[in-house]
Design a protein. Sequence first.
Length: 241
Amino acid sequence: MRVVIITGASSGIGRATALRLGRPGTTVVLAARREAELAEVAAEIESNGGIAMAVPTDIRDPAQITALVEKAGTVDALINNAGVGGSASVLADDATVTAMVDVNLLAPIRLMRAVIPLMREAGSGSIINIGSVAGEIGISGTYSATKFALRGMTDSVRRELAGTGIGVTLIEPGHIATELTAHRKSRMPGPDVVVDAIERALRRPRRRIVVPFRYRLAMAAASALPQIPDRTYAGRAARTQ
């Protein structure tokens, strides 16, 4: 029986991932703060014949991370999906900045530290970190900073664990239709495009997957011609602060 921990499992990409992976043969361990929503996801998985364990967890708390992994027991895969956004301005208040660092960066690091010894002992495992295109193009203030840092950490951990049987993959979505992007008026793909990438990474780990694919072009353009995003986003964060 494969055991998969999914953070941020109560909604959006995490919920869609849990419902997709929650098939017979897999136990999905659902972590999020919203207990009622988490229970609903677990009930839907079990009604379709899967096995789910709902573990209400505030991943900002190291003790709760330890308890989550202890309840899971064996961990075959960890999907670090939980994330929070906020103002793109450097003038964002300290509480907003701290929340993004705690959830988007420190929690994935602590979760990896908690599961890697179990995976090393088993000689196998998968770690999938959900980054962002904003971790390649600096346009979102502290959010971008946390995703840049998560990218660097993922690369480092992948290299550290080479040869251990543990795969480490970074998935970088662009704008995806979830609660976090509900304020945007543009058309966006749903979470399934990210879930497809997660399933590919579970089957065969790879360094990085960018979804949708068109964002690769934006990343290449920003790298080759940084003056384009400089001009496009000039002053935008200050105007929206």
